[in-house]
Design a protein around this ligand. Structure first.
Ligand code: ADP
Ligand code: ADP
Ligand code: MG
Length: 609
């Protein structure tokens, strides 16, 4: 086939004992007698080591006709095969290929001493693979997976590039690494003890007290690790990583479960450590506002998750994010998404003020004696508006959502019970023993129609999970199925509690588009609680702001227009935003910069240009 294509067989999905080798039987070259798709047992010599079982398939990238044929991809009942034409701009050999018909990585990010290097892109694209190489854990094989890989060959490849120095240090064994894993939920399974014991093991710089104080970890220091919440675990994992004394820190997301104030603190601590000596910080982050604030340079990664990934040369953070949102990478001359994501300075849409959907009175709710109490000021929700809901963690946002959804009874005030409400809770409860497609078709008879696919299925990338069991889904997959389930209901009001959680940046962008478009096309009213400011900005017509004392008392203001709402919310956080001149996208001002001080003086926290 054209040399710019690759064939990838997912060995976890390929199940020859449960199919009839449809891929091989229908393969056009095979039918003319060629050996394009054969079993691995047939392809390899008996004593030659290879990945996978002898009955799993191997595809010849020389003989294969390429993506335009695609018959094996269609025929495989388990979606195990991908045939992909690589972009012709990518005229180079991979930096690494895991094996025959396995994932290929092109390009590597460049760690820079004293700087924060950001990585922006979807999951499954090779970020961890890159880090394993930069840390010396994995030797790049330059695509020659059948030979013993050597760093010297990689050095030849990178000589004269920005990576040369770093690769020389790796060869000399002169690189030390600390890494914060993406899934902090796994930590309690690996560590048995309390927070203090975990943190004391990594206190190599003598800065633990400072980190514990900054991240407000104090209250959970003596609690067992398996008893603390996701947000607490995230902050503990950050402290444990930043407390280390190494050259190279790799942080696979710093914001999950954190509210905006906590995200800002995490970003500040990472920056401080970069500026303290010659440490290199490398950060994967899906919250674009935080990434923008945090990073000095940015690598965008694109490709086909699970099949191949390309790490671009470093870009300025501003250009990198702008190009990513536009869906077109300038230097690479590469389209990565058909549509651009655009920000507007929201003028309230006309329809949103026209017809009230419902009014609600002042509400009160408390848990137990002297525990948390919430007061909600009464207000009006309009037909066909998207209402954003923001505030710190533990302030009562989910409690209010449950009141509106009819899952909790208010102590004072009464809600209109005639409305049909579709509700996606923060902690998703779909765990029936059922396949995704069966679950979704039990919600709407539109399921599978071209309309449903365009509006919901495709933007939420549900194709590859349809045949999976609900119980087997990863966090991000479960989130997308839950958003789809919520939007598939026929309701007056759609209530989404933290839809961005567990989603990578591309999925957030797509989910935002889906929710926004759904609201517009259906004159639907949507309420969205989220900590991702870009998501809120792209989605919301008006804003509801929470304040109070987390875990003690919360207060919700009536919905207000975006400008006033953002000003109230950001003043509380002491954060100002400016607008990127070219794209209108909001950017966090560096604390105490000239703009920051000016805007605070004028009380314009968000909409100043
Ligand atoms: P990311 O960090 O961007 O989520 P990874 O680097 O973890 O992505 O993985 C990229 C791809 O490489 C995934 O499709 C994964 O399945 C594949 N992969 C990772 N490790 C191996 C391995 N040891 N052998 C074969 N494939 C692998
Ligand atoms: P948010 O969604 O803003 O993070 P929540 O509404 O989830 O806040 O929680 C607000 C406060 O109420 C927190 O301190 C939380 O621990 C407490 N809380 C939530 N649910 C319950 C409950 N069922 N019983 C007792 N306290 C609760
Ligand atoms: Mg909540």
């Amino acid at each position: 086939m054209a040399d710019d294509s690759i064939a990838v067989v997912d060995l976890d999905r390929c199940q020859p004992d449960r199919c009839n080798y449809e891929c091989a039987n229908f393969c056009p070259p095979n039918r003319t007698g060629k050996d394009c798709i054969v079993t691995r047992g047939e392809h390899y010599d008996e004593d030659e080591p290879y990945d996978g079982g002898p009955d799993q398939v191997w595809i010849s990238e020389e003989i294969c006709l390429g993506e335009s044929c695609g018959i094996c991809v269609e025929k495989c009942p388990f979606d195990a095969i991908e045939i992909i034409n690589l972009p012709s701009e990518l005229n180079q050999e991979p930096v690494h290929r895991y094996g025959d018909n396995a994932f290929a990585l092109y390009g590597l990010p460049v760690p820079e001493p004293g700087n924060v290097t950001g990585i922006l892109g979807p999951n499954g694209i090779g970020k961890s693979t890159a880090v394993k190489m930069l840390s010396g854990e994995l030797v790049p094989n330059l695509g020659r997976f059948d030979e013993e890989a050597e760093w010297e060959a990689a050095l030849d490849r990178f000589r004269g590039t920005e990576l040369q120095d770093y690769v020389e240090r790796v060869i000399d064994g002169d690189v030390s690494v600390a890494r914060k894993p993406q899934y902090v939920d796994q930590i309690p399974k690996q560590f048995d003890g309390n927070t203090r014991q975990l943190l004391e093991r990594t206190d190599e710089r003598g800065e633990l007290d400072y980190l514990v104080e900054s991240l407000s970890i104090g209250p959970v220091m003596d609690q067992p690790i398996d008893s603390i919440s996701g947000g607490e675990l995230q902050r503990v994992a950050l402290a444990a990583t930043l407390a280390r004394d190494v050259d190279f820190y790799f942080l696979d997301e710093i914001t999950p479960y954190l509210d905006i104030g906590q995200r800002m603190t995490a970003a500040r601590l990472v920056r401080e450590l970069a500026e303290d000596g010659d440490r290199s910080m490398m950060v994967v982050e899906h919250d674009l506002a935080i990434l923008d604030l945090l990073a000095d340079t940015l690598h965008v990664t694109y490709g086909e998750p699970g099949a191949y990934g390309v790490v671009t040369d470093p870009k300025s953070v501003r250009n990198g994010i702008n190009e990513y949102l536009r869906g077109y990478l300038d230097n690479e001359n590469m389209r990565i998404r058909p549509n651009a994501i655009t920000f507007e300075e929201h003028a309230p849409r006309e329809s949103s003020t026209a017809h009230p959907l419902f009014d609600y009175p002042d509400l009160e709710k408390s848990y137990g004696e002297g525990e948390f109490s919430l007061t909600v000021d009464g207000g009006t929700v309009y037909e066909s508006e998207v209402l954003g809901i923001v505030g710190p963690n533990g302030i009562g946002k989910s409690t209010m959502a449950q009141l509106f959804a009819g899952r909790l009874e208010p102590d004072a005030g009464e809600l209109d019970t005639r409305l049909d409400i579709a509700y996606k809770p923060q902690y998703i409860e779909i765990d029936q023993p059922m396949r995704v497609d069966a679950f979704l078709s039990s919600i709407t008879d539109q399921f599978g129609s071209s309309y449903w696919n365009t509006e919901i299925g495709r933007p939420l990338q549900l194709d590859r999970v349809m045949e999976q069991q609900l119980t087997d889904l990863s966090g991000g997959e479960r989130q997308r199925v839950a958003i789809a389930a919520c939007l598939s209901e026929d309701a007056d009001l759609y209530l989404l509690d933290e839809p961005s959680a567990h989603l990578d940046v591309e999925q957030r962008v797509q989910a935002t588009t889906a929710i926004r478009r759904y609201a517009e096309n259906h004159d639907a009213t949507v309420m969205v609680i989220d900590h991702d400011i870009y998501m809120v900005d792209l989605l919301a017509d008006r804003l509801m702001v929470f304040d109070g004392e987390p875990a003690e008392r919360g207060h919700a203001s009536p919905p207000q227009e975006m400008r006033a709402g953002m000003n109230e919310f950001l003043a509380d956080l002491d954060v100002t935003f400016r607008r990127d001149e070219r794209t209108g996208r909001p950017r966090i001002n560096k604390p105490d910069s000239q703009l920051d001080r000016e805007q605070k003086r004028e009380g314009e926290y968000y909409y100043s240009v």
